[in-house]
Design a binder for this molecule. Sequence first.
Ligand code: 6GU
Length: 221
Amino acid sequence: MRIDIITLFPELLSNSFEISIIRRAIRKKKVEIFFHNLRDFSKNKYKQVDDYPYGGGSGMVLMIEPIFKCINKLKSKRNYDEIIYLTPEAKVLDQKMANTCSLKENIIILCGHYKGIDQRVRDHLISLEVSIGKYVMSGGELAAVVFCDSIIRLIPGVLGNESSALNDSFQDNIIAPPIYTRPASFNDWKVPEILLSGDQKKIEKWREIKSTEKTIKIKHD
Ligand code: 6GU
């Protein structure tokens, strides 16, 4: 997979991709990530990329021209399966969306900023809009990290143990059961006896019950 991220703040993003599973995915060549600074596509000597909204109102609006130029440059080199705009005004990311997006070959991610972007970008250049939750952040950069992490870990061959993504919470709308590791007792807080029993059948049953309990609890919170 190739991910091109269009942003005003590449420095906010780049470090996040240099740790853990994403770094491993990059090293294993399962994913390539490129950053494009929108300011490099400004025709203005002050590198301006935003302007006042027509009709008045507060806040600045990202202009269409630099975005258009950047997207066009990328599209001239390869085909993109999806051009994604990250905005709180969209369907909220869930595991199903992450699964679908993890199958794409090439995607562009546009991070919003300021008050928003010229509506014509959304109408004519964007194929998918994604939010990461029902709250507002100052920009799409942190959302891009969240979105990329959620899809990269699903690319086949990224996680060491293939089944480990399949057993993730939310893959079947089910929350994973509690897990423990050594020591069996810490401060007198004990690992459930059954997990030490070696009785795999009983353990599976116990995990199912705990999963269900957690799932019901979270749905009712
Ligand atoms: Cl994708 N962007 C911003 N700016 N805020 C958000 C978001 C995205 N998702 C939730 N809040």
